[in-house]
Design a protein around this ligand. Structure first.
Ligand SMILES: [Zn+2]
Length: 224
């Protein structure tokens, strides 16, 4: 009798076939996954391209932000500030930076040193031409004296070189002579400006022409 049973495959061949089938399925699955990932990547790239072509700054901002952050967190060297004054003396330069702008309205240039046009070594000097104030070494014996001398010399330029000239001269009219000669009015005005702006330093200096009492002090204050 013929056996209906077909000659069966050996168990080894069956196992190999099963393994081959499994590998085939697995390879197919992997291929599909790779295609999906590639598709996603492509979609992202296109989206980015659209963003850029649309001119949106979102992508650029996200990239640039860390750069700017690192720049700001890194302490940048502070640029040296050019000195506002260059008299030749640091203490005088520092004082000038604290004085009211009105004192520079006459445009005087302040220098450290004894007045080259002066016969001797006065603490301060003012030359209407070329509109220079000189602050000499003897003015630096104390801070009050330095302040008074500097404000007084600048006061001359305010009196001589600004539109306040007539009002300031009128403000000291009738006052006693403090320095005989052509500078009498200007010395009174310059001292009164110092008394108005820096009364404590002016009093402590001990070298004023006069005390600029009222009514002249009030008049000068009103004319400034
Ligand atoms: Zn003077």
């Amino acid at each position: 009798m013929r056996s209906s049973a077909r000659p069966g495959l050996s168990p080894t061949v069956r196992r190999l076939a099963l393994v081959a089938l499994t590998l085939l399925v697995a390879a197919g699955a992997l291929l599909g996954a790779q295609t999906m990932i590639a598709g996603k990547d492509l979609a992202r790239a296109n989206a980015g391209a659209l963003d850029r072509s649309a001119g949106t700054t979102t992508t650029t901002t996200k990239v640039a932000a860390p750069v700017s952050t690192s720049t700001t967190t890194t302490p940048a060297p502070v640029a040296a500030v050019a000195p506002a004054y260059a008299t030749g003396n640091a203490q005088l330069d520092a004082l000038l930076g604290t004085l009211p702008a009105m004192l520079f309205a006459g445009g005087a240039h302040v220098h450290y040193g004894y007045n080259p046009l002066d016969s001797c070594c006065h603490a301060g000097g003012y030359n209407p031409e070329p509109n220079e104030a000189w602050i000499g070494p003897s003015a630096f014996s104390n801070a009050a004296k330095l302040t008074y001398v500097t404000v007084h010399e600048l006061g001359h330029s305010v009196h001589v070189k600004t539109s306040r000239n007539a009002a300031l001269t009128a403000a000291v009219a009738g006052a006693p002579v403090v320095r005989a000669g052509q500078w009498d009015d200007s010395e009174k005005v310059a001292d009164c400006i110092a008394w108005v702006l820096y009364p404590a330093e002016t009093a402590a200096s001990g070298i004023t022409y006069w005390s600029c009492p009222d009514p002249w002090r009030s008049r000068v204050a009103a004319a400034l």
